[in-house]
Design a protein around this ligand. Structure first.
Ligand code: 5RP
Length: 219
């Protein structure tokens, strides 16, 4: 199987976590797009979906799946999303698609985070994938200086404006040994909206697609 077929296999395995009549939180990205297409095949038993991006909202709506405002939701049994990297402790780097802030918000509300990945995303240490940070535009230069002081090499993502009207700064050169601490430290920099470390709210389940099948790992 090629990488896209593996992504699809992981995504379809996540359909088993959708509760009958329940609302499902939906992430963003090419793996999640397969999940959304899969949801369309069981739409009669989907109560609705909270989308983590405008792109996912459009795809859900195109399949006729009802979009639900997160503020109207008190019970969100499951959130399904991909990752750019995931380590053995279920901490992740996310935000390759620039949707990290809304992803983190929806994930925070959900009872269970199901991460869907192909096996290339599984790493020993986070940080080879540049860590995305969403930044208020007027704070860009200040945030870049602070990130350099932490040993990172910030590069502003060209032509990217988030759904919230902000910039993405990708931080290269980090070898992240303490993701929870770094997540908190980056959040303290004024002008940072969110960083792409999902360590405080990490995955509860990893569906990892390999050539031998989809492995299910539970935290
Ligand atoms: C988007 C994300 C995605 O989950 C992540 O980038 C993985 O994307 P893909 O499924 O396309 O490989 O965090 O902000």
């Amino acid at each position: 199987m090629n990488q896209d077929e593996l992504k699809k296999a992981a995504a379809l395995a996540a359909l088993g976590y959708v509760e009958d009549g329940g609302i499902v939180g939906v992430g963003t990205g090419s793996t999640v797009n397969h999940f959304i297409d899969g949801l369309a095949t069981i739409s009669d038993r989907v109560g609705g979906a909270v989308a983590s991006s405008e792109a996912s909202a459009r795809r859900l709506a195109a399949h006729g799946i009802e979009l639900v405002d997160l503020n109207e939701v008190t019970d969100l049994p499951v959130y399904v999303d991909g990752a750019d990297e995931i380590d053995g402790g279920y901490c992740m780097i996310k935000g390759g698609g620039g949707a990290l802030t809304r992803e983190k918000i929806v994930a925070a509300v959900a009872t269970r985070f199901v991460c869907i990945c192909d096996a290339t995303k599984r790493v020993e240490f986070l940080g080879r994938f540049p860590l995305p940070i969403e930044v208020i535009p007027m704070a860009r230069a200040y945030v870049e200086r602070q990130v350099r002081a932490l040993g990172g090499r910030p590069i502003v993502r060209e032509g990217c404006v988030t759904d919230n009207g902000n910039l993405i700064v990708d931080v290269h050169g980090l070898r992240i040994l303490r993701p929870t601490e770094l997540e908190a430290e980056l959040n303290q920099i004024v002008g940072v909206v969110t960083n792409g470390l999902f360590a405080r709210r990490r995955a509860d389940v990893l569906l990892l697609a390999t050539q031998q099948g989809v492995e299910r790992h539970v935290a």
